[in-house]
Design a protein. Structure first.
Length: 484
């Protein structure tokens, strides 16, 4: 996918607000915006950060070309002095972010933008578009991989994705979330990730009979011979013909390295167990049995419980579209405004819904691990200048129900700051790892979750707490707003 200028990938009101700030130059103060989400998608116990590399690319290429300015002028709502300003527009602010592949939880900033408000406002839509999509697919993939209990998951949903971008960047996110490969060749080229695939039913149907089709495929791809056996009759025709081909390959001295069958319809539990028995009795106990057919994490989990003899899974539509939860609820909210003395003044958004009340101020996140197990105990959102000592006891409390408290003894926990600098003064200071390196990091991150948090239904929720200092500021602002 060729790089392109995505500057106009924004909602119109971002630009109309920019012009408003431009006209009121005293309102273009430096501000802080937080991008965060309120609930994990799919009722998951966690989410996975993905898409940061594309955000970086977007910010680096953020400029208004003449054709962009001409188009905006044609709308008749932007004045010439503002359009002239856009000609030399450049992002000059700071961006901090949770690295890709990281576990993250609701209400904590995924990305923090510190910039003049015109700049910070403009980048909102693209940041949310990119992070929301890839984080959704990475999280969905992680759940599917968890259900497979160590079996390989292939992503091949390109033809069902909502367009080329969703299919390609969705494949990238799926690899971060744990897939062993993708059918998307463009994704393989762009992101240097494994690609894989077999053949369609049309291959079988284009030959005089099933055996001839299998034989022809095996002749061309002897080292990757995975045969689709359900075109006519899986157990009476497909599997026996596949076994015949495997025997002929063996007799011809062709090494059987990567070989087996794929099921794409029917009762996958029943058929896979019958096929496994037939393959074993024929002398092919190491033959792969792969399966597809509208799979998701719940169906895979059920098939595993039923003892299905499947060791490789192809997941398409439900993964690439996150069919049961097709959106990630990331939002972008003003958290602070710089005052005349250079200090940030915390800002808060009120709402009738408690969960929509924002956390004010310039913040950072500490991840708290139980020292003995290395598992995540909680996350702590605090002010950017706060420092904590692992050799001191720590009091945690739920910001929504502050009477719920936990005291961590000194020396029983370790701390890690989550967000890293990505842009400083408009210059990128962060190098994105390769996708497969992000996947390896993500796997280690997932190992820090308790099994109860990873379960598919009714997972244990990891607490995201506020420091006492931040909590006091939030309550003071709420009291002030209520008094007014």
């Amino acid at each position: 996918m060729d790089r392109q200028n995505l500057t106009l990938l924004t909602d119109l009101y971002e630009l109309t607000m920019m012009q408003g700030y431009f006209k009121h130059k005293d309102r273009n103060e430096t501000v802080i915006f937080d991008a965060f989400f309120r609930n994990n998608p799919m009722d998951s116990g966690y989410s996975i950060m993905a898409g940061l590399e594309q955000v970086i690319q977007y910010i680096k290429e953020l400029k208004f070309e003449q054709q962009d300015i001409d188009y905006l002028a044609s709308l008749g709502i932007f004045q010439q002095d503002f359009l002239d300003y856009l000609k030399d527009f450049k992002f000059t602010g700071d961006i901090y972010a949770i690295p890709e592949g990281s576990i993250m939880f609701p209400r904590e900033p995924m990305i923090k933008v510190i910039a003049p408000i015109m700049q910070a406002q403009l980048v909102e839509t693209a940041i949310l578009n990119i992070i929301n999509h890839q984080s959704l697919i990475a999280t969905k993939t992680s759940r599917v991989c968890f259900a497979a209990r160590g079996d390989g998951i292939m992503e091949f949903g390109l033809r069902r994705a909502q367009g080329p971008d969703a299919g390609t960047y969705g494949a990238r996110a799926a690899m971060i979330g744990g897939c062993v490969g993708t059918s998307n060749v463009l994704a393989g080229q762009l992101f240097d990730v494994p690609v894989s695939g077999t053949h369609a039913h049309s291959w079988i149907m284009s030959f005089p009979d099933e055996y001839t089709a299998f034989k022809a495929y095996a002749d061309i791809y002897p080292n990757a011979c995975l045969l689709l056996v359900d075109t006519y009759d899986t157990l009476k025709s497909g599997v026996p013909n596949a076994i015949r081909v495997f025997k002929e390959m063996k007799e011809a001295g062709i090494p059987l390295t990567k070989y087996g069958i794929r099921l794409d319809s029917g009762d996958l539990a029943y058929l896979s167990k019958k096929a496994r028995k037939m393959l074993d009795e024929a002398g092919f106990p190491d033959a792969i049995i792969s399966a597809s057919n509208d799979l998701d994490e719940f169906l895979i989990d059920s098939l595993k419980v039923q003892g299905a003899a499947i060791t490789s899974w192809g997941v398409g539509t439900h993964l690439i579209t996150s069919k049961d939860c097709p959106s990630f609820g990331g939002v972008y909210k003003l958290a602070a405004v710089m005052g005349e003395n250079g200090e940030f003044i915390p800002k808060i958004k009120l709402s009738e819904n408690t969960e929509k009340v924002t956390n004010p101020g310039n913040k950072k996140i500490y991840r708290i691990y139980e020292k003995e197990s290395g598992k995540i105990k909680a996350d702590l959102i605090c002010l950017a200048d706060e420092v904590f000592d692992e050799n001191e006891p720590m009091l945690l409390f739920d910001p929504l129900e502050p009477w719920k408290k936990t005291k961590l003894p000194a020396g029983s926990y370790t701390l890690r700051e989550l967000m890293v600098p990505v842009f400083l003064n408009g210059e990128c200071v962060y190098e994105s790892p390769k996708v497969m390196d992000i996947q390896a990091y993500c796997k280690k991150e997932l190992e820090t979750l308790w099994p109860e948090t990873r379960r598919l239904v009714n997972p244990h929720k990891v607490y995201v707490d506020l420091s006492a200092k931040l909590y006091d500021i939030k309550i003071a602002l709420l009291d002030q707003m209520s008094a007014e």
